[in-house]
Design a protein around this ligand. Structure first.
Ligand SMILES: NC(=O)C1=CN([C@@H]2O[C@H](COP(=O)(O)OP(=O)(O)OC[C@H]3O[C@@H](n4cnc5c(N)ncnc54)[C@H](O)[C@@H]3O)[C@@H](O)[C@H]2O)C=CC1
Ligand SMILES: CCCCCC(=O)/C=C/[C@H]1C=CC(=O)[C@@H]1CCCCCCC(=O)O
Length: 264
């Protein structure tokens, strides 16, 4: 069954940043009725609303200052969506940071923030306040969830955990009562401010923090966001989608552990 973006309402965490902002714009291009930009950066959030209001109907775009690590703050963003647009149908759990020197903060934003969103959406807001028969959650993971990158171990761990939570809430045990499709996207290196890793990676055993993005294929956040729209509409629940190197999204398949032939 295909999900229709047209006429729905979405909440995008980290919606003032590179990927989130492009997701907001792609939603507006695809006929979304209303979108809430839920981001901790007020200056950037206000700026994005004013820029997008030049191109789209300003009444469709709402900025709500949100810290995803604080459940009350996250809940206020859902309440703002309902108050302004009457329903809520799509959650993008997209806010994320790289910070290996303050790794607890990385866990707070990337993992606790996503767990807060999952609980609020599946137990209350998307479950009870959707317009159509089905709602959608898109969790922003990373290729680092399946191919751990050196010098960012905590980041890799948070993104692997996002895949696990995605697959759990997609199970029919939850879906039968929530009617929420849950998917994850795993972007490859994408041109945003997050890829400026100066000062946020963990020096390796040889004291090197010199690894850079050189050599990694970079894609634009706009290309990524257009692929994400296809994932929202077409992907089955529980699926994980790699989007890297400006190539169409493809599904990452987990092996069945019972098929493994290796023995100690
Ligand atoms: N750019 C890349 O190469 C890749 C990014 N990702 C993921 O994509 C997502 C978006 O990242 P980018 O757009 O690249 O980074 P970005 O730094 O441009 O945007 C992140 C946004 O999240 C917001 N944010 C940070 N902490 C927050 C909090 N506590 N509550 C609410 N908002 C908060 C920031 O203010 C910012 O607007 C992240 O989850 C990131 O891990 C995944 C793979 C690759
Ligand atoms: C720490 C070394 C710098 C190089 C990697 C990098 O820049 C990481 C970027 C991360 C920013 C957000 C992400 O999700 C990116 C992870 C990229 C993982 C790359 C894995 C590549 C591979 O092995 O195929």
């Amino acid at each position: 069954m295909s999900f229709q973006i047209n006429g729905k309402v979405a909440l995008v965490t980290g919606g003032a940043g590179g990927i989130g902002r492009c997701i907001v714009e792609a939603l507006l291009e695809n006929g979304i009725k209303g979108v809430v930009i839920a981001d901790i950066n007020e200056e950037q959030g206000t700026k994005v609303v004013s820029e997008l209001s030049q191109k789209f109907n300003p009444t469709q775009i709402l900025y709500q200052k949100t810290d995803v690590t604080v459940v009350e703050s996250f809940e206020d963003a859902f309440k703002a969506a309902i108050q302004q647009f009457q329903h809520i149908d799509i959650l993008f759990n997209n806010a994320g940071i790289v910070n290996e020197n303050e790794w607890e903060k990385c866990v707070q934003v990337n993992l606790i923030g996503v767990i807060n969103g999952m609980i609020l959406a599946t137990e209350k807001y998307l479950k009870d306040q959707k317009l159509g028969e089905e709602a959608v959650i898109v969790n922003t993971s990373s290729i680092a969830s399946v191919t751990p990158e050196l010098l960012i171990p905590t980041y890799n761990a948070t993104k692997s955990a996002i895949n696990a939570i995605t697959r759990t809430y997609a199970e029919s045990y939850y879906y039968n009562s929530t009617k929420i499709k849950v998917v994850a996207i795993c972007p490859g290196v994408t041109e945003t401010s997050i890829v400026n890793l100066a000062g946020v990676v963990r020096p390796g055993p040889d004291d090197s923090a010199e690894r850079t993005l050189d050599g990694y294929p970079l894609q634009s956040p706009k290309f990524l966001a257009d692929q994400v729209m296809k994932v929202v509409e077409k992907a089955p629940t529980g699926t994980i989608w790699i989007i890297e190197d400006t190539k169409p999204a493809y599904q990452y398949i987990y092996n069945d552990r019972k098929m493994s032939q290796y023995k100690v």
